[in-house]
Design a protein around this ligand. Structure first.
Ligand code: HH2
Length: 284
């Protein structure tokens, strides 16, 4: 099994994994995201938020112009571009770290890359072939995420025989597809899609067995930040108060080999990742 290399360089970006798990800061440019909807729905506020995250140690910024929370309706291509492009342009002027675009739409992704984004985060794992072609042509890394169903209905009745096996098999199949489309293995991040068509029990099983996903020969990205299952486990309704529950999952993900964690609370989670990396690197 080929292990992913310690650093990744591509024409428009660079990431160094040698210091441990990296933090991807979430910059939601939406009126309705589940935990911060409306807070940064303004170019200057979103850019300021992103630059704060860079100062706090984020290694990647993930700009999201569409909420994919359970029940959310799709946002048009034009509206996504209107939301994301000015934010990416401005971020690009002020920071050199890679900016990723969180979209399932190839037209939005192309506009984001033109504006200076250098990574694609696709919650549908290249279900649109145009997205695969775009990633290959522009030579940018892609995140391939597992989701059962679609955001509108995904939490109605998620079912699996064995969630770990099914998510693993899906991700392997999508990674092989991505490679067959010309995306190099090193540029592929796999993500089990915590909360996307999964019950709390499914999420817990995936987290308990994260090493399975870290061992597939691709980089692993995990997104648990402030999610509903943490609220269910802790009794905390307000997503912004789910910091400690999120920290537990980030520590676990980093410990089990995730290369990237996708989070809202960058300062705290950078500390968590640093401590875990120090333990991992301690001499025995
Ligand atoms: N989670 C969300 C959105 N995009 N992308 C990846 N790769 N992995 C995730 O777990 C993931 C994701 C949902 O979180 P958030 O962006 O905060 O909320 P919303 O979709 O409501 O904007």
């Amino acid at each position: 099994m080929n292990r992913p290399s310690e650093s990744l360089e591509w024409p428009s970006g660079r990431l160094d994994f040698s210091g441990g798990c990296l933090v991807m800061g979430i910059v939601n440019v939406t009126p309705d995201s589940f935990s911060d909807g409306g807070q940064f729905f303004d170019v200057d506020k979103a850019v300021a938020r992103g630059l704060d995250m860079v100062r706090q140690g984020a290694a990647i910024l993930d700009v999201g112009p569409e909420s994919t929370r359970p029940g959310a309706a799709p946002v048009s291509v034009d509206e996504q571009i209107r939301r994301a492009v000015p934010v990416i342009r401005k971020l690009r002027k002020h920071t050199a770290i890679p900016v990723s675009i969180d979209t399932r739409n190839a037209e939005v992704a192309a506009a984001a890359l033109d504006a200076g984004a250098s990574m694609l985060n696709d919650i549908t794992a290249l279900s649109d072939e145009a997205m695969a072609r775009l990633a290959a042509e522009r030579r940018v890394p892609v995140v391939l995420m597992h989701m059962q169903g679609r955001p509108e209905t995904m939490q109605h009745n998620p079912r699996y025989e064995d969630v770990v096996v099914e998510v693993r098999d899906f991700l392997m199949q999508r990674a092989q597809y991505a490679e067959s489309m010309g995306i190099p293995r090193d540029m592929i991040f796999l993500d089990p899609g915590i909360g996307f068509g999964k019950t709390t029990e499914h999420n817990l099983q995936l987290l308990k067995r994260l090493e399975v996903f870290a061992g597939l020969g691709y980089r692993l990205l995990v997104g648990t930040s402030r999610k509903r299952f943490i609220g269910q486990l802790t009794g905390i309704d307000n997503p912004t108060d789910r910091l400690f529950g999120t920290a537990a999952t980030v520590a676990l993900a980093a410990w089990k080999g995730a290369s990237v964690v996708r989070v809202h609370d960058t300062a705290a989670m950078v500390d968590v990742a640093r401590v875990i990396a120090a333990v991992q690197n301690a001499e025995t």
